[in-house]
Design a protein around this ligand. Structure first.
Ligand code: NOJ
Length: 533
């Protein structure tokens, strides 16, 4: 395992957002190359990775076709040709391609589900979860659907049974206990591995196996009115069932048929449980660590989390940290724009593979979405609680042209463009030496240049309140990271001789001010990276 940065982007967004899907799609080959160029130009990350998706009811997580052919099956749907072009374009630029694999459910438009629902004795009936109604005619148990907090079972008039869906009713859950489902889905992985993809991000991998007895879930004692309605029960029997480790091993054994492929699992659990998903080196390579998205933005909390994680990681397991994704408010909004660079310095200097979300490298913030432009089903079902994910999914801001250069002027984009696009955009920031983009690139370059920053050990240091400090080191070098989590100036008498450290990079200035008489002076919201002999 190495520690190349992962960068999440929806490469088919251009087709999706223009609202002119068929016309644009004809140029898909050209477009994906163009998209690649833009991404490469913008990130300058030679090891960028991507996540792709089909798109419809749930931002692409309702897959109608796992293995496309050469024909365009639906407006806007990528063909195999598009995928080939993308993989080739990426690999020609030394970029890796990671696909999003959605094993837990399909679209209700998927041919498998159409067959499954056609009759009780259809050979594919058992590919999904079908159950008789309860005695009162209601759903077979109390499991809930994640987006509306209503029953996770939908009644099918035609066959008189309920089917299970952990998310939308248009996303029926697949039954991985059926060996034919398993074989078909594992073949989906092989299909893409054979075509050169470098790995998969596995969508909600810990939901794939459910308790086969379908017991009721217990109530959540911490739930109260005003909270996400789907959280009123603890998802004890339909999430993180012990049998998920079988699933992990099934997918891993397929990845192991190939060289140098990576499996990343989307798993939202506490660290002691998360690390079990590495197995004995025979499960997932990288169970996503989402703790940076959840911990209070305070040095003590982050330090405790990093130390706990480091302590718990099994031998040989490689850590990782996620700073943003398409399901959570943008980091610049969560921690505030002033702390966004501190957060980036943290992500890119921790020990572990960093995952950042497109646009975070230019400091994009959440965009307010007018009611009539809401797309996310979660916001539509449970409005006004901040659950909707549209604010963090707005188009990438490339330049100061209309529509932020994302698509031609005059096109109504799928979600609104941020109001700040004329200043917060890639082209503008490329020209500004002290921009967030240039800062992010410098951090990545330093990480590449110095193995200690990439693969070296990490040791947290005691520092004054408000400061998070740690050392990264190996036999080739030693670095000190000092992050001011507050909006106040801070000073710290370094626990090492002054002449031993040399400021390398600051969040604030091209030439970091640094040290006087052994005292490090930090400006409000400043992070410093120092070389340390
Ligand atoms: C997790 C994805 O990240 C999210 O965007 C999606 O809505 C759910 N899985 C359902 O597939």
């Amino acid at each position: 395992m190495n520690s190349l940065p992962f960068y999440i982007v929806d490469v088919f967004a251009e087709e999706k957002y223009t609202g002119n899907q068929l016309a644009v799609f004809r140029h898909a080959q050209e477009l994906s190359d163009e998209t690649m160029q833009k991404i490469a130009r913008e990130t300058n990350f030679s090891e960028t990775t991507f996540i792709l998706s089909d798109a419809k009811r749930d931002g692409g997580y309702d897959v109608r076709i796992f293995t496309p052919g050469t024909e365009v099956p639906f407006a806007g749907h990528p063909t195999l040709g598009t995928a080939h072009a993308l993989i080739e374009a990426a690999h020609n630029r030394d970029l890796k391609v990671i696909l999003d694999f959605v094993p837990g459910h399909t679209s209700d438009q998927h041919p498998w589900f159409r067959e499954s629902r056609s009759s009780r004795d259809n050979p594919r009936r058992d590919w999904y979860f079908w159950q008789d109604p309860a005695v009162d005619g209601g759903p077979p148990n109390n499991w809930l659907s994640r987006f509306d907090g209503k029953s996770g079972w939908t009644f099918d008039e035609h066959t008189g049974q309920y089917y299970l869906h952990s998310f939308l009713k248009e996303q029926p859950d697949l039954n991985w206990r059926n060996p034919d489902v398993r074989a078909a889905m594992l073949d989906v992985l092989r299909f893409w591995f054979d075509r050169g993809v470098d790995g998969f991000r596995i969508d909600v991998s810990y939901r794939v196996m459910k308790d086969p007895q379908f017991p009721d879930n217990p109530p959540n004692p911490d739930w109260h009115e005003g909270m996400d309605p789907s959280l009123r029960l603890l998802e004890k029997h339909n999430k993180n069932h012990p049998d998920v480790h079988h699933f992990n091993r099934w997918v891993r054994s397929v990845a192991d048929e190939y060289d140098r492929r990576v499996l990343i699992g989307e798993i939202n659990v506490a660290l002691p449980n998360l690390v079990q998903h590495y197995g004995q080196g025979d499960e997932l390579h990288l169970p996503f660590n989402f703790r940076l998205l959840r911990e209070p933005w305070e040095p003590a909390a982050i330090r405790a989390m990093v130390e706990q994680y480091e302590r718990l990681l099994p031998a040989g397991a490689w850590p990782n940290y996620v700073l943003g994704n398409h399901d959570i408010h943008r980091v610049a909004t969560r921690v505030g724009p002033d702390q966004a660079r501190v957060a980036m310095m943290l992500l890119l200097t921790l020990r572990g593979t960093p995952t950042m979300y497109y646009g975070d490298e230019i400091g994009m913030e959440d965009v307010p979405i007018p009611l009539d432009r809401v797309q996310d089903p979660w916001e539509l079902f449970v409005p006004g609680m901040g659950l909707g994910r549209d604010p963090e999914r707005t188009p990438m801001q490339w330049d100061d042209a209309p529509n932020a250069g994302f698509c031609p002027a005059g096109v109504t984009t799928w979600l609104p463009i941020a109001a700040d696009y004329e200043t917060v955009n890639v082209v503008t920031q490329q020209m500004q030496e002290d921009s967030m983009l240039r800062f992010t690139r410098r951090l990545i370059a330093l990480r590449r240049e110095h193995p200690a920053l990439n693969m070296g050990a990490i040791k947290m240091l005691d520092a004054p309140e408000g400061i998070l400090a740690y050392v990264r080191e190996d036999e080739t070098g030693r670095f000190l990271v000092v992050l001011n989590f507050t909006g106040e100036p801070q000073s710290w008498t370094l626990p090492v001789p002054e002449q031993a450290v040399q400021p390398l990079l600051s969040t604030h200035a091209l030439t970091p001010a640094g040290l006087e008489a052994g005292v490090l002076a930090l400006q409000p919201d400043e992070g410093l990276l120092l070389a340390y002999n």
